[in-house]
Design a binder for this molecule. Structure first.
Ligand SMILES: [Fe+2]
Length: 310
């Protein structure tokens, strides 16, 4: 497996211990490996972030917010606004994964799962089939907040989470995961590449303007300004061609694939995550959640119908 897949497509699912050793260079920075706790449990341990890490978050958060209105897609902006409205996202605190995971469960059924070791592309994609997003707790070196040698939890929180709160993106992510189950190694490679050019570095056109929906763009000030400028090459998204396109994770992307937001929605063959197959309606909260899920489904169908009719 090459570096790109193991480090970026699989979203920094390297050993946190290795990441800490390399990025903190022996300095006395709290190591995320100590924060994972019992990752097999139902509750994600709450993390007490160091002041320097919170400062890095604040720096990135405030810088990105200046670019978001111009460059982020409407789905990202809507989810980000909701995260702020619910008090989960502020410039002054790194959100707790448990709180964010609960938010996603309510919105789209996705959940975050902290991971401490190396994941293969196959394992990472398989988790998407069950609407589970493997998420690192590693934080980049606070002295270099704009330098990201590999994905960290700030990338996950500012890039992936808002998009996973969108029903269409959640469904697309799950569909990639479902397609990976039992797939050949060659097809896993193609699916990982598709993931790269969509979920990580996808761009789209909304109301005649290019916008970003990829987490790798949305979580990076430099990539955000670069991706939607005239510098990089842009091609229409074509699954067959995009799936075999070579890419690099060493620098700003030289090539992006764009979609139209009116492209037909991938709604066929939806399979609910296992934990949603049986719903016990024994209290008001359970009924409320089911109502929300149905509402999301109807919203998704309406968008798909609108796309077909245009
Ligand atoms: Fe990522």
């Amino acid at each position: 497996m090459n570096r790109a897949i193991s480090n970026w497509v699989i979203c920094g699912k390297r050993s946190s211990r290795q990441a800490c050793a390399e990025n903190h260079s022996g300095q006395e920075i709290p190591c995320q490996i100590m924060r994972l706790g019992n990752i097999a449990g139902q509750t994600i341990p709450r993390v007490q972030y160091a002041e320097s890490e919170t400062k890095a978050w604040t720096h990135i958060y405030e810088r990105l917010k200046t670019l978001m209105p111009k460059y982020a897609c409407q789905e990202y902006l809507a989810a980000f606004q909701l995260l702020e409205k619910e008090g989960l996202y502020t410039a002054h605190n790194i959100p707790q994964l448990e709180d964010v995971s609960n938010f996603l469960k309510r919105r789209t059924g996705f959940q975050l799962r902290p991971v401490s070791g190396l994941l293969s592309a196959r394992d990472f994609l398989a988790s998407l089939a069950f609407r589970t997003f493997q998420c690192t707790l590693f934080v980049r070196h606070p002295s270099k907040p704009d330098h990201l040698p590999e994905p960290d939890c700030i990338h996950e929180l500012l890039g992936h989470v808002p998009m996973l709160a969108d029903p269409m993106v959640a469904q697309f992510s799950q569909n990639l995961g479902l397609a990976s189950l039992g797939a050949s190694d060659a097809d896993i490679g193609k699916l990982a590449t598709l993931y790269w050019f969509t979920v990580e570095f996808g761009i789209c056109k909304q109301k005649g303007k290019l916008k970003a929906y990829g987490a790798g763009i949305l979580s990076s000030y430099g990539e955000l300004a670069h991706a939607l400028s005239d510098k990089p090459e842009k091609r229409p998204f074509d699954p067959d061609k995009t799936a075999v396109q070579a890419y690099t994770d060493e620098d700003l992307q030289p090539l992006y694939f764009g979609i139209r937001v009116s492209d037909p929605a991938p709604v066929r063959g939806e399979i609910r995550p296992v934990y949603q197959l049986r719903v016990v309606l024994d209290d008001k909260l359970a009924m409320k959640k089911l109502t929300e899920n149905i509402t999301l489904d109807v919203e998704q169908l309406k968008r798909a119908m609108a796309a077909i009719e245009t």
